[in-house]
Structure formats: structure tokens, C-alpha cells
Design a protein around this ligand. Structure first.
Ligand SMILES: C[S@@+](CC[C@H](N)C(=O)[O-])C[C@H]1O[C@@H](n2cnc3c(N)ncnc32)[C@H](O)[C@@H]1O
Length: 436
């Protein structure tokens, strides 16, 4: 399925990369809710078509159109779009500006039905300059007409397909219209949130425009706090934006190392805010926040952790080299091992070796002794370790109970994964003590 509108900041170009992160986050699970709080045209959402989702955007006109498509009024919407298409053909300029002027009427929007508003929104989107949704200070749509020869105003087949998807009783799609925080607050353990906020611009023209749209650097800070909380509840967060220094510093420099955001950046061509025709090369960044990085990195193989501590510092920044050294294949696995390094306080927030690591990194036996000491002081490892010494068995059920008691909200699959790490590390403790 395709988006029914063209949207500034649409994610077509980097769809493949974002999808990789989403697939890694889902990790073959069936039972999760996909949440997209800055939906826009929904390029990523429609590519995925999840069966359980919460979608949201602040734009009332846009969300009204999603709701009409979901409802039984979609047939009326198609009829009205066909009517707009016909009238536009006869007099493109005159008709465009007539429809655009509807919101200048003091009775707007009460004097039009939701279907009429949705049809107007889609019609203007297909015929205005670059599909840009822009309103003046009074909230009146003010993008001029675009130059199209034969725009597809009514894509009947796609609208029918979208309606089928939204209204399928097997699918649970909640459509929200508000600020992003309300949608993110709904995230629970195991849910996957894809976040595509308005771009952060450093100093080009777009900066002031997005400030006007109401998304400032202060908003990015608040967004991060809300993401941190969702991650602490067990959700997985994927955030894309342009790679400005401010944004990178914000996500990478968590002074208390509370949440580890894995970062990937890459070059892309993107359309600039108010002028979609103009393309500029830029750098995009994806942050990936995983819940069980800390305090439970899912990095079972202690030998791999030790190898990484002994590696050259440049490896930490280079995902490909890191996965070669670790013998793992996915970026998710590399992220887990890096977060294990943070867990043992060997890695700082900006992926540099800490003082602690630098003191011991050339001596494998010192690293092992330090890891053992840290685990021994931690109740979650110490308790099963003591039991192991007397019974020679790691009782996974006991470990699971311990995890369940420490956090009542965790899903069984998260508990399983955490228990598996604890078990491996406890076995490693035993081997270590036995041979030292
Ligand atoms: C970069 S666009 C998303 C584009 C989308 N990924 C796509 O494929 O079309 C950002 C969206 O965030 C919405 N937005 C801006 N501020 C918001 C807020 N505080 N809460 C929710 N949505 C907001 C805008 O209306 C816009 O649709």
C-alpha cells in the first residue's frame, strides 16, 4: 500500500534502512504494537501494514482524512475526489483557489462535513506546490497551486485498499490526533515506536520555518525524555532525523548512561522543507534505543565482550569491523555487545573507552577479574551463582522469578532473554573461578 498524500519529510528514500531497524526490533515476534507518533503521509507505516498499531499526527486535517478512509464514508470520499478531479480539469487555477478559500469562511470548518474536509485536504495536497501543507498565522492553507499536467487526484484502487486494511476486524489500528507524547505514553513492553519528528535544521532557511511549526530544540529534549521513559518500560525506539551536531550530542551524551542509543548515520539526498523540488545532500541519522541494553545487555558470550574490550578503539565506531571481530551478523547484535561494555562501565556515552577500561584493556586476566568482581557484587548474578556452587545447576526458573519480581511489567519473551544472559554469565563466573 502507498500513502494517500505526498508529505514533506516523507521517508521513501531511507525506507529500506528504517525497515531493517524495525525488523531487528520486532525480532520475529508477533505480539507487539507498532506506534508512529509523527505519522505524516505514513510511508513507513503503509510499507509495514502492521496488524496492531497506534498512529498519530498533530495535523487535524490530515488525521481527519485517515479517519474518513477507515470509516464507511470512504465511498463518499472517492465520489467527492472524482468530482474535484473533474472540476479541476475544466479550470485548474480557478477551481484550486476556490477550494483553497473554503477555510476563509468564518463558519469553517462547521459548514463542511468530515468527508468534504478530507476530500478538500487530499485534493489540495495533490494539486498544490509540492504537496506542501502550509498554513498562515490564522490557520488558513496558503500553499500556491503546483504545476502538474495531469495529477492523480483520486487514486481509487489505493483508497479502497487502505480502507480494507483499516477496517479489517483482525487489525487494530488506533488513530490519534494530538501531540506525540500521548501516543508514546501508550507504549508498553515489547512495542516498537518509529519516530520521525520535523527536522532539526542548524542554520539554513528551514530553521525558522520549523520553529514556526512549533518543534524547537527544547522539544527535542522533551522528546528524548519521553523516549527514555518508554524504553524503560520495555519499548524499542527508532528515531530518524538529520544529523546535526546538537541532535547527535543530545542522544549520545546521556550523563548517567541510563539509556544506550545506538547511532547510524548515512548520506542522503533530501528535499528541503518548503521547497520539495530543491534537493540537497545531507546526513541522516537513526538512533536505536533498546530497553534491555542496560541493565541487562543481551550479550551472552563473555569471550566476545572481552575481545571487544581488548580491541582497538576505532572498532567501536565501525559497525562492520565490530561485527567481523565479534562474528555476529546484525547491527542489533553489535549494539548489544557495545551496551554490555557500557554495563561493565568500559565504554562512555560517546563510545570511547573509559578510564576503567584503559587501565586493564591490555591484560586479559585483569579484564576477567574485573568482570567477575562486578558480577559478584550484583545480587541478580550473585544469588544464582551461590546456588550454582552448591547444586552445579543454574535454575532458570529461579532467575525468571527474580526478574519478574524486579519488574512486574516485563513480557515473558523479555524475561526469557534476560534469564538466558544471566545464565550464561553465571556459568562463565563458575568457569572463571575454577581456573583462577
Ligand atoms: C517529518 S514529518 C513525518 C513524515 C512521515 N514520516 C512521512 O513518511 O510522511 C513530521 C510530522 O510531524 C507532525 N508533527 C509536528 N509536531 C508534532 C507534534 N508535536 N506531535 C505530533 N505530530 C507532530 C507534522 O504534522 C508532520 O506530519
Amino acid at each position: 500500500m502507498r500513502p494517500f498524500v505526498k508529505w514533506a519529510g516523507g521517508k521513501r528514500q531511507i525506507l529500506k534502512r528504517i525497515n531493517e531497524f524495525i525488523e531487528d526490533s520486532i525480532d520475529n515476534r508477533k505480539n507487539y504494537t507498532y506506534i508512529e507518533p509523527f505519522l505524516g503521509g505514513g510511508a513507513v507505516f503503509f510499507d509495514k501494514c502492521p496488524s496492531q498499531a497506534i498512529i498519530n499526527d498533530l495535523n487535524e486535517d490530515l488525521i481527519n482524512a485517515y479517519r474518513v478512509i477507515k470509516s464507511n464514508q470512504y465511498l463518499e470520499l472517492i465520489q467527492q475526489l472524482e468530482m474535484h478531479a473533474q472540476a479541476y480539469k475544466e479550470d485548474p487555477d480557478g477551481y484550486f483557489y476556490d477550494v483553497r478559500a473554503w477555510d476563509r469562511d468564518p463558519l469553517w470548518p462547521r459548514n463542511h462535513t468530515n468527508v468534504e474536509r478530507a476530500a478538500r485536504m487530499i485534493f489540495l495536497n495533490k494539486t498544490c506546490y509540492n504537496g506542501l501543507y502550509r498554513v498562515n498565522s490564522k490557520g488558513q492553507f496558503n500553499t500556491p497551486i503546483g504545476r502538474y499536467r495531469n495529477p492523480t487526484i483520486c487514486d481509487k484502487a489505493n483508497l479502497e485498499e487502505l480502507h480494507k486494511y483499516f477496517s479489517d476486524p483482525n487489525n487494530k489500528i488506533m488513530i490519534m490526533n494530538g501531540s506525540y507524547e500521548y501516543a508514546i505514553e501508550k507504549a508498553e513492553d515489547g512495542d516498537v515506536i518509529y519516530i520521525d519528528p520535523p527536522y532539526d535544521y542548524e542554520d539554513d532557511d528551514g530553521f525558522t520555518k520549523y520553529q514556526m511549526a512549533g518543534f524547537t530544540f527544547e522539544d527535542f529534549k522533551k522528546l528524548k525524555e519521553i523516549c527514555d521513559k518508554a524504553i524503560n518500560r520495555g519499548a524499542i525506539v527508532i528515531i530518524s532525523n538529520n544529523a546535526t551536531k546538537k541532535i547527535i550530542d543530545l542522544f549520545e551524551q546521556d550523563p548517567q548512561y541510563k539509556i544506550f542509543y545506538d547511532m547510524s548515520s548515512f548520506n542522503t539526498l533530501r528535499s528541503i522543507n518548503c521547497n520539495g523540488a530543491e534537493r540537497k545532500s545531507g546526513k541522516e541519522v537513526i538512533f536505536w534505543g533498546l530497553p534491555n541494553s542496560i541493565p541487562f545487555p543481551q550479550a551472552n558470550d563473555m569471550n566476545k565482550i572481552i575481545k571487544l574490550v581488548m580491541a582497538d578503539e576505532s572498532i567501536l565506531m565501525d559497525k562492520e569491523k565490530a561485527s567481523e571481530i565479534l562474528g555476529v551478523t546484525t547491527p542489533r547484535q553489535v549494539a548489544y555487545y557495545l551496551s554490555a561494555l557500557m554495563f561493565f562501565k568500559y565504554l562512555t556515552h560517546n563510545k570511547k573507552f573509559s578510564e576503567r577500561a584503559l587501565k586493564i584493556k591490555d591484560d586479559e586476566s585483569k579484564i576477567k577479574a574485573d568482570i567477575f568482581e562486578q558480577l559478584f557484587k550484583n545480587k541478580i548474578f550473585y544469588v544464582p551463582y551461590r546456588k550454582f556452587l552448591s547444586t552445579r545447576k543454574v535454575i532458570v526458573e529461579d532467575i525468571k522469578l527474580q526478574i519478574r519480581n524486579s519488574n512486574k511489567k516485563l513480557s515473558e519473551s523479555t524475561i526469557d532473554r534476560r534469564a538466558s544472559t544471566i545464565r550464561s554469565w553465571v556459568e562463565w563466573m563458575y568457569e572463571f573461578e575454577r581456573y583462577n
